[in-house]
Design a protein around this ligand. Structure first.
Ligand SMILES: [Zn+2]
Ligand SMILES: [Zn+2]
Length: 271
């Protein structure tokens, strides 16, 4: 990706609410979903990915559906993809039913007293030594279990790495640091990754990011303390400041990363 474009995108993301890398990652995911809907539903390579992953992960499957509904007011792309996938799920179920029928008839063929004795012994044994519940997903046929990761996750992670490494490198410039300081800063999952990237090669960037985050977390904690305090009966009439009102949502966003819809529906600003 063009470096000037990366800087510009980062600069614009710094002006928006929430973690800039979460925002850019979610935008990259949306761009990719849009491109599939726009031209790649019938593209052979894209279909291979979709078949192997059985569509998308939970979040991206619903973003895909919602984007088609919102932009095209239709569901043809979703319908085409899932018509194919239902065929594969059906084949998987048929092969599973066939295998299971064989297993059941083998069990029935065993003599009655022996089976009853084994069942009674298993119940007795299970009382003292309960077996952990395990799920042997790997034994399921391919139409029932994904053989690959969600392609939107993979593509947006590639963008995320580019943005994050460019952000780390940008921290060497005073002007870039000012832009970053004026932003809401990185969420904790992205801060961890940025520190891991910066520690060896760019120790000053790691120090800058850690210090900036320290100040932001200190402000967040003070807002949370006031938010909680003002819920007490004796302080209930004290007005809550905007930063305090949004503190509990900002805290979730800091520890978990932004919710994907932050790009479409703004959450409250810091102050
Ligand atoms: Zn983030
Ligand atoms: Zn995904």
């Amino acid at each position: 990706m063009d470096m000037d474009l990366l800087t510009l995108e980062l600069k614009l993301a710094f002006r928006e609410t929430g973690c800039p890398i979460c925002r850019l990652r979610h935008k990259a995911a949306q761009r990719y979903i849009h491109s599939i809907l726009w031209e790649n539903v019938n593209d052979a390579d894209t279909r291979v990915y979709l078949v192997r992953a059985l569509g998308f992960c939970h979040i991206h499957a619903w973003q895909f559906q919602k984007m088609e509904e919102a932009v095209w007011a239709d569901g043809l792309g979703t319908g085409i993809i899932y018509e194919d996938l239902t065929g594969r799920a059906l084949a998987g179920l048929e092969s599973y039913v066939e295998e299971q029928e064989k297993r059941v008839s083998r069990r029935r063929a065993q003599s009655g007293w022996w089976r009853r004795w084994v069942a009674r012994f298993s119940t007795w044994w299970g009382q003292w030594f309960p077996r952990p519940i395990t799920h042997s997903y790997q034994k399921l046929p391919s139409g029932l279990i994904p053989q690959a990761r969600c392609r939107v996750c993979e593509m947006s992670e590639l963008s995320e790495i580019s943005y994050l490494s460019w952000l780390v490198r940008g921290c060497a410039e005073a002007e870039f640091r000012q832009w970053y300081q004026a932003s809401d800063g990185l969420c904790l999952p992205h801060l961890r990754r940025a520190l891991a990237m910066a520690e060896e090669e760019e120790p000053e960037a790691a120090l800058f990011l850690a210090r900036t985050s320290h100040d932001k977390v200190a402000r967040l904690r003070a807002d949370l303390q006031e938010y909680v305090r003002k819920h007490a009966w004796e302080f209930r009439d004290e007005p809550k400041l905007p930063g305090e009102q949004s503190s509990w949502v900002r805290a979730v966003a800091f520890f978990a990363g932004e919710w994907p819809e932050v790009a479409e529906h703004e959450r409250p600003a810091n102050s």
